[in-house]
Design a protein around this ligand. Sequence first.
Ligand SMILES: [Zn+2]
Length: 405
Amino acid sequence: MNNINKERLFQNLATSSEIGSIPGKGLRRLALSDEDKVMRDIFKKWCEEAGLSVRVDDLGNMYGRREGRKSLPPIVMGSHLDTQPEGGRFDGVLGVLLALEAIETLNDNGIEPDRPVEIVNFTNEEGARFEPPMLGSGGISGVFDQAYVHSRQDREGHRFLEELQRIGYKGKEENRIGDFDSFLELHIEQGPILEDEGKQIGIVEGVQGISWLDVTITGEADHAGTTPMHLRKDALMAAGEIMHKLETTIARDDVSVTIGKISVSPNTVNCIPGKALFTVDIRSTDDDVRKTAVNATKNSIRDVCRLRDVGVEIAELWETEKIVFDEGITGAIEQSVKHLGYSSKRMVSGAGHDAKYINNLGPTAMIFLPSVNGKSHVPSELTLEEDIVRGANVLYHTLLTLSQE
Ligand SMILES: [Zn+2]
């Protein structure tokens, strides 16, 4: 039995890498843009050439289906073909193209699995044009309703529904993903762990839980020259002390803490900041650890503000529990990795993916491939050819296992 066909796979990847190409080998292929349409048309043609029946749902998600020997719920594989404004060639794209390659390899080997097999290309995973991200997968898994998805607007005021109709990819609601046996998403890691540990395949067991806090510190704005240090209520100095504490006492190996957004007012050179606003992003693979860290963060913020005699308000902006993927599927991935003689690491995703929402609908898991220097969402994003071939073979062998009743 043959493994996947490298020449065909890299030919398809080269074609995808031309559609919306920007300097530095990157891609700009925003959801529902002209470039997205060109890519969708080609993907549709590839699916049809592979003998798949293609359908499109009301949110523009595209499916290619190969029937099985029995009428059972299908194995579904896929990811997204849209990119960031200055994105790379691999994020999302590999999950779709390697799924297609797995089906082509079934065809080459004349294998007729028991179960039907479907590939999916989800609409607007990136959220770069229409916020929030993952509108296609979130829309079919009950996270967002159809009217919400259709009414999203980009910065120029173009609506999702009109753009979907403009590029000819508004399908029917009845075409959405039905009952399925397993959903598999292969994706680049977008982080440095696999490369750092010299592992070839990531077996993704779930997605981290996330908490966002919004902190407002209120001191007193005063003249920078006339107010002695001991009489100040400097909101930004308080924020600085808090940030140092969070990095040194709350952040650990199993909890990440990020302050990604900050603003001060009045925000002038010679005025003591009367107000400082910042966000805190706290993540962990363990929900209890994360919740303990959130409480410790709040206490730490309040302690600093009390000692400095400044006011503080802490709002909980958003929280999402960790997600645990299906053990049956992660076990099948692990078996394939062993069979092929590759090295692997069981890991948890730090980022959201379509699989996170599809997990609401049925058994789901993910495969990660190494990202050179951990980079993604930039033109220099790179996954090496040998890693792509390994990923394609793992996906194919996992499909073989799962598609038998
Ligand atoms: Zn992605």
